[in-house]
Design a protein around this ligand. Structure first.
Ligand code: GLY
Length: 258
């Protein structure tokens, strides 16, 4: 069974109100509330038995609290991504500094131009990684990622995205062969061999739950998803992410778990 010992998060910055948004969940984030929600998120993670490294807010990058995108951290290596949104690309530099405290130099790899890849498009299922080919992750990013993973004994396959921002916007692995699937992922043949738990359309946002050492953190306000996850036998903690949702961000986006 996988175990996460460490988590990296970054405090949201005031500039988050200018973060990228599709407008699917309207409104500007309330910064004070976002900070309180971030505090609760950190507390929830600590309850799951991980050590949490909290990076300071970075006003240069409005979306920089979404630390999942500039890196992919595995048991065997760290891969510094090359975020596909121009306003976010520079986030990779400061995340690499943080990652250096946890990985030796020769285990830190990079996705480089013209490759583009966001960590939100990467879903780790044991030693296999599903990677969303999206508006943020391109074919060359996927090719480089796959080549790096192969060197460490991992495999990787592509999932084409048609509707959502990132792969993990709509599908998330809760270990034990269990997947939460929503929308365009419900009938994808790539996921046929998993136990698929379908998220109703009106709770689609809550497909983005995270498994942390046997507990599943579920966004607050999604009773059907909470019931489903509990019925699967997991302990649950709910955390309100309403201010991050306005930027299309969710529970997985807010941390690197490794
Ligand atoms: N607002 C998060 C993102 O678009 O990457």
């Amino acid at each position: 069974m996988r175990r996460f010992n460490n988590v990296i998060v970054r405090r949201p910055c005031r500039a988050m109100v200018e973060g990228i948004t599709s407008g699917l969940y309207p409104g500007k984030p309330d910064y004070s509330l976002a900070l309180l929600q971030h505090d609760a998120y950190i507390e929830a993670l600590k309850k799951c038995g991980v050590s949490v490294t909290v990076l300071p807010a970075d006003e240069n990058y409005p979306d920089s609290c979404f630390v999942e995108d500039p890196a992919v951290l595995t048991e065997r290596c760290a891969i510094i991504a090359n975020p596909g949104a121009p306003s976010r690309n520079g986030e990779k530099e400061s995340i690499e500094e943080a990652v250096r405290s946890f990985y030796p130099e020769d285990r830190i790899e990079h996705i480089t131009f013209p490759g583009a890849l966001d960590g939100g498009d990467v879903m780790m299922c044991g030693d296999h990684f599903f990677v969303g080919r999206s508006a943020r992750t391109n074919e060359e990013g996927l090719r480089q990622f796959s080549t790096i993973l192969a060197r460490y004994g991992y495999t990787c396959s592509e999932v084409r995205l048609e509707e959502v921002l990132h792969l993990k916007t709509g599908v998330n692995y809760l270990e034990n062969n269990n997947l939460l699937v929503s929308g365009e992922f419900i009938n994808k043949p790539e996921f046929e061999s998993y136990n698929r738990f379908v998220i109703p359309e009106d709770e689609a946002y809550a497909a983005n739950c995270i498994w942390v050492n046997g507990t599943v953190i579920v966004p607050e306000g999604y009773p059907e998803v909470l019931r489903t996850v509990r019925s699967m036998g997991y302990d649950t903690i709910t955390v309100d992410t309403s201010e991050y949702r306005k930027l299309d961000g969710g529970l997985s986006c807010l941390s690197l778990r490794f």
